[in-house]
Design a binder for this molecule. Structure first.
Ligand SMILES: Nc1ncnc2c1ncn2[C@@H]1O[C@H](COP(=O)(O)OP(=O)(O)O)[C@@H](O)[C@H]1O
Ligand SMILES: [Mg+2]
Length: 473
């Protein structure tokens, strides 16, 4: 992960920042270069302006008030102050004066004929580079026409080697590009640190907790308090961890319950059979103890069957075979199955059906299982010689099936737990015949059918379980 998102992100940001600074630095350099040459031009222009009266004197009035010495002086001053070589030409481009002694041999030569037309239009000329065979070093050449009485009388040519001009420019460029580079480096460092703090560190935290949870430390949580998407992710992650912990706790509890339920019958079976084998139990009592062991084995079988059913239902492993069934018929069959138990307890069982045949959609075997569990409970928890009443009612497109028994009510603490696996209200009384799995199985089956089941205490009467079914006509 470290090499993935993170480096990509930092690289992307750095490239963006670098590009921005590159553009800024380029624009700034170009702008400054323009500004610099503009300034230079202005300076040269005002210098040339100073020469004008002398040039007029020389080429127009020809008073010769100005001596060669004066020319030398003025050209010397202007050329040093503007850092340029200065040539003066007449209106045909013949050089008349030069500021630099080295250019003496050019006096009397005609230069820049090409540009004379422009100068005659009273426009100045600017050239950057070499010029024919007169100037071999690349130079900045600025030519100003001297205008007197609207006529072109001569020109002032100012020449500076480009290398000399560019020296200060280079310094400025260096400063601009160095600042840009510095800014890029500093911003990359800042970007790196921020991404590390905002994204990488929290992700690493979540990752390490996820690894711990996957190794079984389900109580571990991420501690990230931030208001952004990462905070949200941490929150979702924690709520997922809560669920995993809950499931894990359920699983542990379930296993301990199962082990507990299985251990007691196995212990007693072991005791009885061991006693018989050791001869501790007398021969004439053997049958009695074997029958108790047999009962325990039956209980174990029931428990294992219930567990298998429950896990199959919860895993959604068995497919429901939905068909059209007469619920009244299923109730009759179920009641008949319990005939012996009913007689043994001296119970009175009533059925009341809404119609003779009440057709519903459901899975036959599963609905028999639900009814069996409810009727079995009613018989188990009704008092001796009590009443049981099983009824069907229609309500819209639903059929309500109720199983009522009189006798003790379910206490307030118990009533919310009776749907939990292995929950038995009266542990001592029902321990022998209970698994605490009947109601959870019934509810699971009905949930899979998309139906509902609930229980009510009828004050002074008894307990009534109700479940719904889909009616078909
Ligand atoms: N008709 C009933 N009257 C009173 N209590 C009941 C009734 N049906 C269920 N219960 C309570 O609900 C608990 C759970 O029922 P169930 O899941 O069927 O397990 P089991 O029947 O094996 O005890 C029972 O132990 C009992 O305390
Ligand atoms: Mg039961």
């Amino acid at each position: 992960m470290k090499k993935g998102i993170f480096s990509k992100m930092v690289a992307a940001y750095t490239i963006i920042v670098a590009l921005s600074f590159f553009i800024i630095a380029t624009v700034l350099s170009l702008w400054f270069q323009n500004y610099y040459f503009q300034q230079r031009k202005n300076q040269l222009e005002s210098n040339a302006e100073l020469i004008k009266p002398y040039a007029v004197d020389k080429f127009v009035t020809q008073d010769n008030n100005v001596t060669e010495r004066d020319w030398e002086k003025i050209l010397y001053i202007l050329s040093t102050s503007s850092n340029a070589d200065i040539w003066i030409t007449d209106n045909n481009g013949f050089i008349n004066q030069v500021s630099n002694k080295n250019h003496q041999q050019l006096i009397g030569k005609q230069v820049f004929q090409r540009d004379l037309d422009t100068l005659r239009l009273k426009q100045s000329v600017e050239i950057k580079g070499t010029y024919e065979n007169i100037l071999s070093t690349p130079s900045h050449i600025y030519i100003m026409p001297v205008i007197e009485d609207r006529s072109f009388i001569g020109s002032v040519i100012m020449i500076t080697p480009l290398s000399q001009l560019k020296e200060p420019l280079k310094n400025v460029y260096r400063i601009i590009w160095f600042s840009a580079l510095l800014a890029i480096i500093v911003s990359s460092i800042i970007i790196y640190h921020f991404s590390e703090k905002i994204i990488l560190a929290p992700l690493a935290k979540i990752n390490s907790v996820a690894k711990k949870i996957s190794k079984g430390e389900v109580e571990k949580r991420v501690e990230i308090i931030s208001n952004d998407e990462i905070g949200e992710l941490a929150e979702s992650f924690n709520s997922m961890a809560d669920n995993i912990e809950k499931v894990e706790n359920h699983r542990r509890e379930f296993i301990s319950n199962v082990s507990h339920e299985i251990r007691s019958p196995i212990t007693s079976i072991k005791g009885f059979i061991g006693g018989i084998l050791d001869g501790v139990i007398p021969k004439e009592k053997e049958n009695y103890y074997l029958s108790i062991a047999y009962e325990e084995i039956q209980r174990l079988t029931r428990l294992v069957n219930d567990l298998l059913d429950l896990s199959a239902i919860e895993a959604g492993q068995f497919r429901l075979r939905i068909e059209e069934l007469d619920i009244n018929e299923l109730i009759r069959i179920t009641v008949i199955k319990f005939e012996t138990k009913i007689k043994a307890k001296g119970l009175k069982v009533d059925v009341c059906f809404a119609e003779d045949n009440l057709y519903i959609a459901g899975d036959r075997d599963r609905l028999v299982q639900v009814l069996t569990n409810l009727v079995d409970n009613a018989i188990k928890y009704v008092s001796e010689g009590g009443n049981i009443k099983i009824c069907t009612k229609t309500k819209g497109d639903k059929v309500l099936v109720t199983v009522f028994n009189d006798g003790p009510l379910i206490s307030k603490e118990d009533i919310s737990h009776i749907w939990d696996r292995f929950y038995k209200a009266d542990k001592s009384r029902t321990a022998k015949m209970s698994t605490g799995l009947g109601l959870p199985i019934a509810r699971n089956i009905l949930t899979q059918l998309g139906e509902d089941i609930w229980v009510e205490n009828r004050e002074g009467e008894g307990v009534i379980f109700t479940f719904t079914l889909k009616r078909v006509k």
